[in-house]
Design a protein around this ligand. Structure first.
Ligand code: ZN
Length: 506
């Protein structure tokens, strides 16, 4: 006997899909708690709680009833440009991604990556690539199998299938087409800045400031940007992140060191940018694709915009520098406007990606992209990674990598089997620069407003053009719709050249 359920197949499909999201968002809160509040003694039981939720959530997301309802909803004939059509398309995508990987492969991958992360942590500590090599070889092998199950797009390559889980629809060939011109111009700019003897002063970065004062200040900045503390929080964790369960419960974290005020400020602005995106997703679509972020690259475009285009701009520092001096007092009293603005924009090639400045950061990403594309494609053996890594750091950044600890062993991503993830950081910077150009064209005096603490015009523009759509459009469709052009590397390099050359007296 079958029970009758009210509503169209479309309505029932949304209901069923939302249950999976409810489970997933519950796990998000537990994971936030683990990073911020949980005593270390809670770890063992928490792991069991998380494993159960992951299993239940996977069961919901692969429920065969979804397939039936998808077929029925698709047959209801929703117009191609309707929100319903986009919703069904994206639920179909999620369902297929969840069902394409056989359970034994998922399990094997989870086990291997869990062991590999431990091995990697030790290998990094001892700068011992040989210890990590066999695990990475297995991860590459499993990643290739994963790509084959997910399906290589026509005319594409295995890397595309892996990257698709982070940046839907993005292909290695498209990434390379925007990265190559970016690499050449950026590499030249960095050499030019490095040769200048007129760089900005580092005095701002040398100030020592009490953590309580930093914490109060960064909270005020997040508030000024428009982060809603009635629908969000800001706490502390070892690595800053943006979590939470949905648009009305967004949880940011940041980190503080007495001598790293600029880092706390930059991280908070970055995570607040992620948080503003999350808070801007429509609550009416909670737990559904049209209430979710498009991709990691688009998410990163939002965090980078508040961190860089706003938070490292001359106009922002005209507003922020006097406030910082007033609120924080003595440690900053001796600094000039130039010390703040210049100190926030120092470019210095270094070995470590996560410590990199706004300009050199992208070269770190391009190196990782070229390597992982070659490894997955079978053009580079895992054994040859250190040599290739060091050669590229010399070529692109002019650096001699002294040991693998600060070279190819520095990032956790590959040890987790996350191949195809790195480019999303630079794609974020590229989308960001292109979106910001358009916002400046459409809102007269936008940047000028920052010098008076007026950030609402930018947030309103982002809400209207990006946030409210959820996953209605793909990243490349959105880029075209908002900016009128496909993604290009020019806006980012133009922006960096125009800002940095004068700061370095060029
Ligand atoms: Zn981010």
């Amino acid at each position: 006997m079958t029970t009758t359920v009210a509503g169209t197949a479309y309505d029932r499909l949304l209901n069923l899909h939302q249950e999976g999201s409810l489970l997933g968002s519950t796990a998000e809160i537990l994971s936030w708690d683990q990073e911020t509040m949980m005593p270390s003694g809670g770890l063992e039981y928490r792991s069991r709680q998380m494993a159960l939720l992951a299993r239940l959530s996977h069961e919901r997301r692969t429920d065969p009833r979804l397939e039936e309802l998808l077929n029925e909803a698709e047959a209801e004939g929703h117009a191609e440009d309707s929100p319903e059509h986009a919703q069904i398309r994206e639920i179909r995508r999620d369902y297929e991604m969840a069902t394409r990987l056989p359970a034994d492969l998922v399990e094997e991958f989870a086990k291997l990556s869990s062991v590999s992360q431990h091995v990697w942590a030790d290998a990094r500590k001892n700068s011992d690539f040989q210890a990590f090599k066999p695990h990475l070889e297995q991860l590459v092998e499993l990643s290739r199998r994963k790509a084959d199950c997910l399906g290589i797009p026509e005319g594409g390559e295995r890397w595309d299938a892996l990257a698709d889980t982070y940046e839907p629809g993005m292909r290695a060939s498209e990434v390379a087409a925007v990265f190559e011109p970016l690499r050449d111009r950026l590499s030249n700019l960095i050499k030019e800045l490095g040769a200048s003897s007129n760089g900005p002063s580092n005095a701002f970065n040398e100030a020592t400031i009490e953590i309580d004062a930093q914490s109060t200040f960064v909270r005020e900045i997040a508030t000024a940007f428009g982060f809603d503390f009635e629908r969000g929080r800001l706490d502390r964790s070892v690595h800053p992140f943006c979590g939470g369960s949905h648009c009305n419960d967004v949880r940011l974290t940041t980190r503080f060191q007495p001598t790293e005020f600029n880092d706390a400020l930059g991280s908070t602005m970055h995570e607040a940018g992620h948080g503003l995106y999350e808070q801007g997703l429509p609550f009416s679509m909670v737990g559904l694709p049209l209430g979710e972020a498009i991709s990691l690259g688009i998410h990163e475009s939002q965090s980078r915009m508040w961190e860089n285009q706003v938070g490292r701009s001359e106009a922002f520092w005209k507003w922020c520098a006097p406030r910082a001096k007033e609120k924080i007092g003595a440690p900053l009293a001796h600094l000039s406007f130039e010390d703040f603005y210049g100190g926030a924009n120092i470019v210095r090639p270094g070995f470590i990606r996560v410590e990199a400045d706004e300009a050199t950061y992208n070269l770190h990403i391009m190196i990782r992209f070229e390597l992982e594309r070659a490894i997955i494609g079978g053009d580079l053996a895992v054994a040859d990674i250190p040599g290739e890594w060091n050669r590229m750091y010399k070529d692109y950044l002019g650096l001699d990598v002294p040991e693998d600890r600060v070279g190819c062993l520095q990032d956790v991503h590959w040890s987790m089997g996350a191949m195809g993830y790195f480019p999303t950081y630079t794609l974020g910077n590229l989308y960001c620069a292109q979106f910001f150009n358009t916002a400046c064209e459409q809102i007269p005096g936008l940047e000028d407003g920052f010098s008076r603490g007026e950030f609402a015009p930018l947030l309103d523009w982002l809400r209207e053009n990006i946030h409210r759509h959820g996953r209605r459009y793909s990243a490349s469709e959105l880029c075209l719709k908002v900016t009128g052009r496909p993604l290009s590397s020019d806006p980012l390099v133009d922006y960096l050249e125009n800002k940095l050359r004068p700061l370095y007296g060029i």
